[in-house]
Design a protein around this ligand. Structure first.
Ligand SMILES: NC(=O)c1ccc[n+]([C@@H]2O[C@H](COP(=O)([O-])OP(=O)(O)OC[C@H]3O[C@@H](n4cnc5c(N)ncnc54)[C@H](O)[C@@H]3O)[C@@H](O)[C@H]2O)c1
Length: 254
């Protein structure tokens, strides 16, 4: 019960990784503010059954006013916010040439601006209590230049993440490093978990040829990511900040 008495906001809580994080945290005793633009009732029911208090927030995390209200609601409903886990995000596929300006804006807003807004909104409350744990979900695609292999098969890229996605996740990594240095003095740690391919709604069409490049021979599970998030959010990681923790089965090593 390492999160007994702790309160956590989890965005993207209706998705594969977000719901796994919520379930894991609830199992360790946390109370949760569950955030998604889709209904969160199902995962909220599971968390309540595990004994935790729940605040449900169906909002768009690219909307700054909605994000501020969400943090206020979390504090009003749970008492304080100890942990923020930014999981909400969208995928985007295809070759660089096919990325429209509208798609670029959608992906950068959904994956990067949203994380900025949520992090910014918890700074004041976390600073005032001199305690906070922020864990952002990045990606292997923000580090490795993605998976384009046109010299082998141009079509492979149509089902693999594109440069807008990779740039958004690289932005999350960079923002995390900045926040880590700025907020350490306030007792707030800021880290990234950077997954490789994880079995979820986002990867149902992931090319088999790319799956074969994972040294461990399998896609990751959402629970693999939840384990890493829980570690970085726990007091066991009290002296770790500005870390980008890879959870990718060896697909990218640095
Ligand atoms: N699945 C993978 O292989 C993988 C790998 C690396 C990183 N990631 C990242 O992990 C995170 C979760 O991915 P997943 O696989 O669980 O996908 P998912 O599609 O199952 O979950 C994403 C959730 O985020 C929510 N969401 C998206 N935009 C939102 C917005 N603007 N406001 C509120 N909610 C919003 C969606 O409704 C959805 O419930 C994403 O940030 C993704 O980029 C996933």
């Amino acid at each position: 019960m390492r999160f007994k008495g702790k309160n956590a906001i989890v965005t993207g809580a209706s998705g594969g990784i977000g719901s796994a994080v919520a379930r894991y945290f609830a199992g360790e005793g946390a109370n949760l503010c569950l955030v998604d633009r889709r209904a969160v009732a199902e995962i909220a029911k599971e968390v309540r059954a595990q004994g935790g208090n729940v605040v449900e927030q169906v909002i768009d995390v690219t909307d700054s006013a909605a994000v501020r209200c969400m943090v206020d609601a979390a504090i009003a409903g749970l008492g304080r916010v100890d942990i923020l886990v930014n999981v909400a995000g969208v995928s985007s596929h295809g070759p660089a040439e096919s990325v429209t300006e509208a798609e670029w804006d959608r992906v950068l807003a959904s994956n990067l601006k949203s994380v900025f807004l949520c992090c910014q909104a918890v700074i004041a409350p976390m600073r005032s209590q001199h305690y906070g744990r922020i864990v952002n979900i990045g990606s292997i695609l923000g580090k490795n230049g993605g998976n384009p292999r046109p010299w082998i098969d141009r079509n492979e890229q149509t089902r693999a993440g594109n440069l807008a996605y990779g740039a958004s996740k690289a932005g999350v990594h960079a923002m995390t490093l900045y926040l880590a240095k700025e907020l350490a003095v306030d007792g707030i740690t800021v880290n990234v978990v950077a997954p490789g391919p994880i079995a979820s709604a986002m990867t149902v069409n992931f090319p088999e040829t790319l799956r074969a490049l994972i040294p461990m021979g399998r896609m990751g599970q959402a629970t693999d990511v939840a384990e890493a998030v829980a570690f970085l959010a726990s007091d066991a990681a009290a002296f770790i900040t500005g870390e980008i923790l890879d959870v990718n089965g060896g697909m990218w090593v640095d």
